[in-house]
Ligand binder design. Sequence first.
Ligand code: PMP
Length: 356
Amino acid sequence: MTMPRDVIRADVLSLTSYPVPNSVGFIKLDAMENPYTLPWPLQEQLGERLARVALNRYPLPRPSLLLDKLKYTMQVPDDCDILLGNGSDELINLIATACAKSGAKILAPVPSFVMYSISAVLAHVEFIGVPLNVDFTLDVAAMLEAITAYQPSVIYLSYPNNPTGTLFDDADIEQIVRTANRSLVVIDEAYQLFAQRTWMSRTNEFDNVVVMRTVSKLGLAGIRLGYLVGLPDWIREFDKVRPPYNINVLTQSTVDFMLDHLNVLEAQAAKSRAERERLAEAISLLSGAHVFPSSANFLLVRVSDADMVFEALLSAWILIKNMSKMHPLLGECVRITIGTPDENARLLTVLKSIQL
Ligand code: PMP
């Protein structure tokens, strides 16, 4: 009899699946989603649009009209190309696959987005994590030293950084980009709308920089679309490892529609930015809580007992993310996604009722 352990790679056998908790019935403040749905007239118009999509046909592998529209709307430099991914998660995997030469390394500051290291492990590429400073700014000296020592193929910079919310300094990034002249630097702008800062217009200034974005945090996490912007020489290579029909027809049609209504999502993001400031101030007034500065749609908060805070919120049907075991720098930290004003008020009521 054949058992999985006879067939599956030893490192895969020892992995655990990416944990996604059951959130039915909870106020969901764990995954950096936009808490607002589409307003009704748009839901109806989108429904009518999607009803006409040819579900019997494979999607266009490189939908040129949609790519042009995305390029125009997102102010992609003229001489750059776009690669679409089934979420930026898929793009991160494609990059690891394409760069997995023997002895290749992928480097990122830690703590940062976990998929950078997961994708490296799955592609048999060594992951080098360079600890951030204790205030979660980049340790530039350590980064430059690691770049010289390891000569990584790829460097990820989450801008702003998940899970800390930090917006790394542009001059620090530029120094890394210039030093890492034999690496590809991927600037991951998943939270761009909340930081309102971007490297997009500089993508063509360097031959080793690409910018990655996603529509997930904009309010479209369910349709799974990420995009990578870079000079054609890079995009052409990553395109070769992309599954041919990776972006389904419903996603393509939804994005096409939503690009005409981006102002609605941008207004929702503006509400989240205002709520972020309000919530950060309210939590920081609670004794025992330290709120780190955030340029994203979540707050990283240090408390005296993260497990207790997580459990107390869970029993009040509020789901946040306990980060305290993820990295030593995140001791007793929880990450709270900004919700609607009502959701944030309920969160605050529970936080006020416990000893932080
Ligand atoms: N990059 C960062 C920094 C993230 O935090 C996330 C999601 N948590 C992603 C990329 C992945 O986004 P998606 O796959 O939904 O596009």
